[in-house]
Ligand binder design. Structure first.
Ligand SMILES: *Cc1c(COP(=O)(O)O)cnc(C)c1O
Length: 483
C-alpha cells in the first residue's frame, strides 16, 4: 500500500512559529484595539474582490496564508469589543477566556458525553452550579446546559416547555410573550412549528413592561375557547431598553395557571451580580427556565449561551433518545451526558472559558465591572438631562440608554427629529469612530447606547457626543436651507 502523506500536519517547529505568530497577533490586538476604529464597512463587491476564488488544489505557505488573513480578514470586521461599540449588545470578551477557547479547540475536546471527557462534563456541571446559585435556582434539583448563544437557549427552553407541558399533542397549546421580547423568542416558536394562532404577542404598558392585566385577560379568554395556555416568555432586560418585566407577578400567574415560566435574561441577567441589578431581577428565581448569555455581559468570547432550568430532569426527559451506539457509554445519572440535556451531540468545550476566567478574575471583578457599567449609563443619563441639545427618551436601565437630539430652542416636528437622529447615526457609523445605530421606541427614531463594556470611559462617550453634535449641526443647516 502506498504511504499516506496527506496527514494535514505541520512540523513541530512550524507549529510553534505559526502558533506564536497567532498569539502575538491576538495580544497586539488586545493591547491596541481601544485605539483603533471600531467599525468596518465593506460591500459584497469589495469583499468578493478580496476573497473570491476557487478552492486551491495546491496549498501554500502557512505564514503567507496567515498574514493575508490578519491583514484582510481581521481588519474587515467590526470590533464588538471596542469601547465605542455601543450598538446591539456588544461583546466585550476577555483575554483569559480567549486563550481558554484556544485550549479547548487545541485539544479538540468532545463535550458531549461523560465517558469521552469526564472533566469537561464536570466543569460544565460546576459552572452551571455557580450560575444556579447566582440566580437563586435550586442547587440540587436545578440544572442547565451551555449553548451557542441566547437564541439556542431560548429554543431549547421552548422545546422543553412544550414537551413537559403538552407531551406529544400541542395542537391546542398557546404561548405568550410581549411585543418587546427578543426576536429569537418568536423565531424559536416558529421553528418549532407553532401556528400564528397559537402565539399571543401581548402589548407592553407605558414603561415597555409586560402588561399583567392584558396577559390575564388573554389567558382567561383562551381557556374559554378551549385552548391550552402552556408557556409564558418574559424578559429580564429587553434588548431595546433594558426593561425587566414584572417577574414576581408573572411568576405568580404562571404558578396559578400551571404555565411554564421562561425568562429570557440573555442580555440583562448578568446584572444580578450588582446591587442595583439584583434589585431589578427580583422574581427571576421563580422561573422554570432562564436564558443567560455569557458572551454578552459575562464577558465571554463568542459563542456561549446558557439555559438554566429549575428541574434538570425536565431537560433529560425532553432530550434523551437512546440510539444503540450510545448504549455502552451511558454511565449513572450523576454522570451527566450533556447530549441528553440539549439538541447537540458533538459539542465544543464551552464551560472551560467560563471556568478559567471566573477562577482567574473572581466573581468580585465581574461584579465590579457590571456595577461600573450600570453607573456609567446613569452618568450618561444625568449628562444628557443637563444638556440643551439632548433628550432622554428612555432612562438608563441596566446599562442601556435611549436618547435623541432634540434641542430645546428649536421646535422640530417628529418627522424632522427622526430625520436628524437617523442622519447622526448614519454619519457616525460612516466615520467608523463609533458604532451607534438607532432603534424605534413608541414610533420615534432614537439613538441607543448599550454600555456593557468595562473598558468604555466617559471620554469615549463625550467624544462620541461631540461627533454626534457635529453631524447634528450639519443636518440642521441643511434643513434650515430648505425652508
Ligand atoms: C441577544 C439576545 C438574544 C439572542 O442571543 P444570541 O446569543 O444572539 O443568540 C435573546 N434574547 C435577548 C434578550 C437578547 O438580548
Amino acid at each position: 500500500m502506498k504511504k499516506n502523506n496527506a496527514r494535514l500536519e505541520l512540523s513541530k517547529e512550524e507549529m510553534k512559529s505559526y502558533g506564536y505568530q497567532i498569539v502575538d497577533a491576538i495580544v497586539e490586538h488586545h493591547a491596541t484595539q481601544d485605539q483603533k476604529l471600531p467599525v468596518a464597512l465593506g460591500s459584497r463587491e469589495e469583499m468578493d474582490s478580496l476573497f473570491l476564488e476557487e478552492a486551491p488544489e495546491q496549498g501554500s505557505d502557512p505564514s503567507q496564508v496567515l498574514h493575508f488573513v490578519l491583514d484582510k480578514v481581521m481588519t474587515n470586521s467590526t470590533n464588538m469589543a471596542h469601547p465605542r461599540s455601543f450598538s446591539f449588545v456588544p461583546g466585550p470578551s476577555n483575554y483569559v477566556s480567549v486563550m481558554a477557547d484556544t485550549l479547548a479547540t487545541g485539544y479538540n475536546i468532545f463535550s458531549g458525553g461523560w465517558a469521552a471527557s469526564p472533566s469537561a462534563a464536570e466543569l460544565e456541571i460546576v459552572t452551571i452550579q455557580w450560575l444556579l446559585k447566582i440566580f437563586g435556582f435550586p442547587k440540587k434539583k436545578g440544572g442547565g446546559i451551555f449553548t451557542s448563544g441566547g437564541s439556542m437557549a431560548n429554543l431549547t427552553a421552548v422545546v422543553t416547555a412544550r414537551r413537559i407541558k403538552c407531551g406529544d399533542d400541542f395542537s391546542k397549546a398557546v404561548i405568550y410573550l410581549s411585543d418587546q421580547a427578543h426576536s429569537s423568542n418568536i423565531k424559536a416558536i416558529r421553528v418549532l412549528g407553532f401556528k400564528k394562532e397559537q402565539i399571543r404577542i401581548i402589548p407592553t404598558d407605558n414603561e415597555l413592561k409586560f402588561s399583567v392585566n392584558k396577559l390575564k385577560n388573554c389567558i382567561a379568554k383562551d381557556r374559554l375557547e378551549g385552548l391550552y395556555p402552556f408557556c409564558l416568555m418574559a424578559t429580564a432586560g429587553t434588548t431595546n431598553t433594558g426593561t425587566v418585566d414584572p417577574l414576581v407577578e408573572l411568576g405568580k400567574i404562571s404558578k396559578k395557571e400551571d404555565i411554564w415560566f421562561h425568562i429570557d435574561g440573555a442580555y440583562g441577567g448578568a446584572a444580578i451580580l450588582s446591587q442595583k441589578g439584583k434589585h431589578a431581577m427580583k422574581g427571576i428565581e421563580k422561573a422554570d427556565s432562564l436564558t443567560v448569555d455569557p458572551h454578552k455581559w459575562f464577558f465571554q468570547p463568542y459563542e456561549m449561551g446558557c439555559l438554566l432550568v429549575r428541574n434538570h430532569k425536565n431537560l433529560s426527559h425532553t432530550f434523551t433518545e437512546k440510539p444503540e451506539y450510545l448504549r455502552d457509554i451511558e454511565g449513572n445519572t450523576s454522570e451527566i451526558n450533556f447530549y441528553d440535556h440539549g439538541i447537540q451531540l458533538t459539542r465544543r468545550f464551552r464551560a472551560l472559558k467560563f471556568y478559567m476566567s471566573l477562577k482567574t478574575f473572581g466573581l468580585k471583578e465581574f461584579r465590579d465591572a457590571i456595577t461600573y457599567n450600570i453607573d456609567l449609563a446613569e452618568e450618561v443619563e444625568s449628562m444628557l438631562r443637563g444638556s440643551k441639545s439632548w433628550e432622554v427618551v428612555f432612562p438608563a436601565t441596566l446599562a442601556v440608554i435611549n436618547f435623541r437630539y432634540n434641542p430645546i430652542n428649536k421646535k422640530y416636528s417628529e418627522k424632522e427629529l427622526d430625520k436628524i437622529n437617523q442622519y447622526i447615526s448614519e454619519k457616525v457609523v460612516e466615520s467608523r469612530k463609533a458604532l451607534l445605530v438607532t432603534t424605534i421606541l413608541n414610533g420615534q427614531i432614537v439613538l441607543r447606547m448599550c454600555l456593557i463594556n468595562p473598558r468604555t470611559t466617559m471620554k469615549d462617550i463625550t467624544d462620541t457626543f461631540d461627533l454626534c453634535k457635529k453631524y447634528a449641526l450639519e443636518i440642521e443647516e441643511e434643513l434650515a436651507s430648505k425652508v
